[in-house]
Ligand binder design. Sequence first.
Ligand code: HEM
Length: 478
Amino acid sequence: EYKRSRSWSRYPPGPTSLPFLGTILQVNFYNPHLSFNQLSKKFGNVFSLQYFWTNVVVLNGYEAVKDALVQKAEDFADRPYFPRYEHLGYNKCCEGLIISRYGPAWREQRRFALSTLKNFGMGKKSLENQISQEAGFLCSAFSCKEGHSFDPLFLIKKAVSNVIYSLTFGERFDYDDEKFQRLVEIFQQAMKEETGFLPQLLNEVPFLLRIPGVPQKVFQYQRASMSLVDEILNKHKETWESTHIKDFTDAFLQEVEKTKEGVETSFTYENLRLVAVDLFSAGTETSTTTLCWAVLYMLLHPEVQRKVHEEIDKVIGRDRSPNMLDQANMPYTNAVIHEIQRYGDILPIGLPHMTYQDTELQGFFIPKDTVIITNLSSVLKDETFWEKPHQFYPEHFLDADGQFVKREAFLPFSAGRRMCLGEQLARMELFLFFTSLLQCFTFQLNRQENVIHDKSSEGKRKDKERIDQVLCESWIPG
Ligand code: HEM
């Protein structure tokens, strides 16, 4: 008992907790990283919060995040349980991949997903060709706009979706296919149902989800996306042949077939639905958003865009498509892509972790089953690591000779055991889509407006709205 209280006396500090609510009033659930940045100024890089009854510890800055995810990898590898997904078929025995608890089922699925994606070409030439071809379709679709301004979001999203869709389900769609349109829109809306305070509340007070009609209303699109996946999987089940494994779903179904009765396994049909949704949603929104920021930053920084154009001209020219070997000869473009990811900061607080056992971090005691939030934004903008943390500055990734340099505080994919499983795929997509687009186009703002380089999030949002003013012009060399 004495030992316990002595440990708890070293629990990270934090704001005063109210009865029932805990410290939720301290957090802006639409932009939590901004609240965390503020709180870390007062309480330090490792501080505690309470979401209703749940203990939460927030890690800020490179040192704290690295110590946890890399040095104490296993202690921080668990995920909290999410009652709010139970209406989709998630439960303690069937958890998919992304929010699976740390344990044998997660390990089995993570290994399987990595090796299967590799078998289907992740990190290899075959997938490279496929992405390259998709980039060609994307450029054609941009060309069809004939220099008129348009919002590139949906076209980019369709191109990116096609890549992960064909890995997972074995086909791609034309961009004007109606079924595809519906699928992309439903997944987009489903993602929106994740943000804000309501999902947080429903997770903490899950009995609210038992009120008839509530899940149908609050998670309408998540349910619709699951139904779509069920449709796709049912078709697969009908046509599945063990001799012709053409995609991730087929490979998974093969594992389901192979499993002997009575053996404990995560290869069940119920789990396939969740894993498939996980891959598809993790693989679309992230790369899409990054590429949209890429276009936006090129609009805002024409001098950077010009240098990328020059490098493409020098290394690739106009007559052939970019390939992954080019990357090594294109330090500037590579640095620009890294800076887009750093400054774009698209998953500011990553995904929640949980302590797997009692642990110590930077002199603090953190008990098992504490929810851990990694403030990745504070790492990507850590003032002790980056020369100009709050500016778009590709030179962060270049040495004095203009060669590409890796930076340790570059953690957009997080780190450790739960690190992004699709990093290799994402890197291929970012490089091939970005260079293909810039090989073909110059991005310009439609109106001659003064774009304000505002560093606040408000400014960033305003900038983002401007993305529908993109003017794509065929790139005529100077
Ligand atoms: C997890 C970032 C693309 C699949 C994650 C995490 C981050 C991340 C921050 C959380 C890691 C953690 O919990 O510590 C990104 C970014 C991407 C990207 C920035 C693109 C620019 C992809 C793609 C796939 C993918 C294309 C498709 C295969 C996953 C999966 C997880 C994950 C399955 C969960 C891993 C686990 O819990 O073991 N990603 N991701 N991601 N990502 Fe990505």
